[in-house]
Design a protein around this ligand. Structure first.
Ligand SMILES: *[C@@H]1O[C@H](CO)[C@@H](O)[C@H](O)[C@H]1NC(C)=O
Ligand SMILES: *[C@@H]1O[C@H](CO)[C@@H](O)[C@H](O)[C@H]1NC(C)=O
Length: 428
């Protein structure tokens, strides 16, 4: 071999090496990532399985949360104070969070980055050191799991004091907000997938699914349905004061009759960050500020005056005898609630999304007065927090590439549900 052709061959092999690595990793990358979701019956919180096979650790989903936090078993890898990751994490530090000194002094004089972990279920927060954790999930084509993938994510080690009010199997919280260290943005960065995620929140006792990274979303039915085709979109709004997701709602109607609301009742004040309509998976039932709740409840009561009432059951105050309500394929039928979105389309809340069965004999309007809930899961006093019950058995998509929110409406109407995702490996 002449020396020049040797040099060319060497140059080619040097070029090929990174290419081959990229191909080898290509199996794991650019594929959306699937996790299994469950609803905890006692707290009504939703969890995602992110552990190695089996039931594994569960993280509570918090749409408004800014980072991933979890209990850590020492020793764990620390992230230094000075670096860029620490600077980003510090931006989502909560004010008024009491500093509880950890064992920060034992690190041989190195400064370890710490940030605040916030529990959306009870409003508690505490300082935890930043570390990297290994999460496992499956790559997916939107129909079923394809092969297992693992990814490392930056997480805060939660002090035990913030673990209260979480489901007993939960090891922490997965923040899903637009903050840079949220789970969807970390997955997008690591796996080179779209900044987009889909949630299909299940009823208790069923397995729902979340897909991070875009792509289609299929549910089993006869025949199987690509439910992502049914999405309608509205703009996602940013509140400059927090990282939660907001949508523009211009009015509320019950059985197609407009509910009289105070002018501007639903609008988000960009200057103060108050008002507006936020979404939260850590709020079990949609919570309305009292000046909105009362007229909506009254309109609903009027529209359903023909159905026999049952005594109010906290936190609900409009309840019916179940036997009086027509039972349909979309659940017990009472009245429909339209949220008219910016752009004129409606998110219609109906059937099992509008009511909740509280006992064998009674079902109640599944909306609550925000004034009576202790700690709203979204800061800065939104006017409305759309809660988990109203998103359950719907496909909802948060598209951070296009800043859009996609919603399917209640899936039961087309004979499927979030519990119908096909979790059998490579089943087609
Ligand atoms: C991947 O999918 C298979 C089949 O459903 C499941 O058994 C396994 O637990 C999943 N792995 C992870 C990490 O979720
Ligand atoms: C949305 O709902 C309102 C009130 O029910 C209704 O008047 C309006 O026609 C609906 N808009 C569309 C696009 O269906």
């Amino acid at each position: 071999m002449s020396s020049s052709s040797y040099k060319i061959a060497l140059a080619l092999s040097l070029m090929a090496a990174p290419l081959l690595c990229a191909l080898a990793a290509g199996g794991d990358q650019h594929r959306p990532v699937l996790t299994r979701l469950a609803k905890d019956p006692s707290t009504s919180l939703y969890t995602a399985s992110v552990g190695n096979g089996g039931p594994g650790p569960q993280l509570v989903l918090d749409l408004a949360g800014s980072l991933v936090w979890t209990t850590c078993m020492p020793p764990y890898r620390l992230i230094p104070c000075g670096g860029s990751v620490c600077a980003v994490a510090s931006r989502s530090r909560r004010p008024n969070c009491e500093y509880t000194p950890g064992d920060n002094n034992g690190h041989g004089g190195h400064c370890a980055c710490s940030t605040t972990a916030y529990n959306p279920a009870n409003g508690q927060c505490g300082y935890g050191e930043l570390t990297t954790v290994q999460l496992s999930a499956n790559a997916t084509d939107g129909r079923s799991p394809l092969f297992q993938v693992s990814l490392s994510a930056v997480a805060s080690c939660a002090p035990p004091s913030v673990m209260g009010s979480l489901p007993s199997g939960a090891a922490g919280v997965a923040g899903l907000s637009r903050a840079p260290l949220s789970l969807p943005l970390q997955v997008a960065g690591r796996m080179k997938v779209e900044k987009k995620f889909a949630l299909c929140l299940p009823a208790a006792g069923e397995d729902g699914a979340a897909i991070f990274g875009g792509g289609p979303f299929w549910l089993q039915a006869a025949p199987p349905q690509q439910v992502s085709d049914r999405l309608r979109y509205t703009a996602l709004l940013k509140n400059p004061k927090n990282t939660a997701y907001y949508i523009g709602v211009t009015g509320v109607a019950v059985n197609n009759v407009q509910v009289p609301l105070p002018p501007g009742a639903l609008s988000l004040s960009a200057r103060q960050g108050t008002g507006g309509v936020a979404l939260s998976t850590a709020t079990p039932y949609t919570a309305l500020r009292s000046d909105i709740y009362r007229p909506v409840r009254d309109a609903f009561a009027e529209a359903t005056s023909g159905f026999a009432r049952a005594p109010a059951t906290k936190p609900f105050d409009l309840c019916y005898q179940k036997s009086a309500l027509p039972s349909t394929r979309i659940g017990l039928y009472t009245a429909s609630i339209d949220l008219t979105l910016a752009g004129g389309q409606n998110w219609t809340i109906v059937g099992s999304s509008a009511v909740v069965e509280v006992s064998q004999d009674a079902a109640c309007l599944a909306f609550v007065d925000m004034g009576t809930t202790a700690t709203p899961a979204v800061d800065h006093s939104p006017a409305v927090i759309i809660g988990g019950h109203q998103m359950e058995d719907n496909l909802v998509v948060f598209d951070l590439e296009k800043w859009q929110f996609g919603y399917s409406g209640l899936l039961l109407g087309t004979m499927t549900r979030c519990g119908n995702f096909d979790f059998s490996m490579g089943s087609h």
